[in-house]
Design a binder for this molecule. Structure first.
Ligand SMILES: Nc1ncnc2c1ncn2[C@@H]1O[C@H](COP(=O)(O)OP(=O)(O)OP(=O)(O)O)[C@@H](O)[C@H]1O
Ligand SMILES: [Mg+2]
Length: 361
């Protein structure tokens, strides 16, 4: 067994001694648990045993993730209802609770993990659907990290230190599967004796329909409204017609779109301190998040390993349906969703074919 694996195994065994756990200020249970010998290092995440244990384990403690992060001296930067949980089998997890009538984000997280298993990249912690105390959502293996990616210096140096191939594969995954909400807030950095591992968390963005050309930022479908009357069915996505609203506020947006967009859009609008760049197409509003953010890293790479190329070439509708099996009744899973993933894959393969041709000239 490699030394890095041993370190993790020891950590896990220590965490499994008899303890009294406190959740929301209340002691829930005292238990003595058997030692579980399970390797939870990223190189073992393909092991379906981890997912089984995440599903089967009983929750013995649960606390809001922000509390947990602060107690470890880490920063917190997220909006959702996220909990740190401990299971009676020794595993620790991240539970993201969602409204029962919209579990799309959780399905997307599970599918992102399945995609990583199929492709062999990037590192996505094992993720399953679950129900805890009557709440439904996703449960992901909690990854103990020794540094905080929200510290911008650490994030930048981690990207430099990580294998170039891993970074390239991460970008390919982000682009093809449509994880547009990338960046330091959704990356964990794990350093061990062998290397720096980049871990892709919070992959719910893959559920969003989007249109993009390789090397640019995607336009993400935000909302649909019959009132937009775009009248452009069957027409290509009009990238060239993108418009920008500088210093956007809800008032400015209301002036532009009025009642053509639903109230829910205005209520949940956030500017993130950036211009609002958008396209109207097929009665939907498509937003180019991160437009105008100089620091944002576009999901693009000039490196494609033979292994990654073979995996991407092997992607097809049957495989995608298997990857997204968990989401088979979700509203986002319509034929054009799969077509868009395969289109992005084709764009990538074409880009590298042309690059090779240019080099051989
Ligand atoms: N698998 C994991 N292992 C360790 N920590 C995690 C894991 N998943 C999430 N976290 C921690 O919990 C925080 C919140 O998780 P996450 O980003 O998935 O939530 P979110 O509410 O969907 O985020 P956002 O506001 O970006 O949409 C992360 O920033 C990270 O600190
Ligand atoms: Mg997040």
């Amino acid at each position: 067994m490699k030394s890095r694996h041993l370190t993790l195994l020891i950590t896990l065994c220590v965490a499994m001694n008899s303890v009294t756990r406190i959740a929301h200020g209340k002691s829930i249970e005292t238990s003595s648990r058997p030692t579980l010998k399970l390797d939870v290092h990223p190189t073992s995440w393909k092991n379906a045993e981890i997912s089984k244990l995440l599903k089967k384990g009983k929750v013995i403690s649960m606390c809001p993730m922000k509390e947990h992060l602060h107690s470890c001296g880490k920063k917190a930067n997220f909006d959702g209802e996220v909990y740190f949980v401990e299971l009676d089998n020794g595993l620790k997890g991240v539970f993201k609770s969602l409204p029962k009538d919209d579990l799309g984000d959780a399905y997307a997280e599970v599918a992102a993990y399945q995609a990583s298993v199929d492709l062999g990249f990037p590192n996505v912690p094992p993720t399953v659907m679950t129900e805890i105390k009557g709440m439904k959502g996703s449960l992901q293996l909690f990854v103990e990290t020794n540094v905080d990616a929200l510290d911008s210096r650490i994030y930048k140096s981690a990207i430099q230190e990580a294998d170039a191939e891993d970074v390239a594969n991460l970008q390919l995954f982000y682009f093809i599967f449509g994880q547009w909400d990338s960046g330091p807030h959704n990356i964990l950095v794990l350093k061990d004796q062998e290397k720096t591992h980049l871990i892709a968390i919070d992959n719910s963005g893959v559920r969003n329909h989007q249109r993009v050309t390789y090397g640019t930022l995607p336009f993400v479908r935000v909302c649909y409204s019959d009132k937009l009357q775009a009248n452009d069915w069957g027409k290509p996505f009009p990238f060239e017609q993108a418009k920008t609203i500088e210093n956007p506020t809800t008032e400015k947006l209301r002036k532009t779109f009025g009642d053509k967009l639903p109230d829910s859009f205005y209520q949940s609008f956030k500017s993130y301190g950036l211009p609002f760049r958008y396209v109207i197409h097929q009665n939907s509003l498509w937003r180019q998040y991160h437009a105008g953010d100089e620091k944002f890293m576009v999901s693009h790479t000039k490196h494609l390993s033979d292994q990654a190329r073979k995996k991407l070439e092997g992607l097809n509708l049957t495989k995608l349906k298997k990857i997204f099996a968990v989401a088979k009744n979700a509203d986002f899973l319509i034929p054009s969703y799969f077509e868009a993933i395969l289109d992005r894959r084709d764009q990538v393969l074409l880009y590298f074919k042309e690059q090779k041709r240019a080099l051989n000239k």
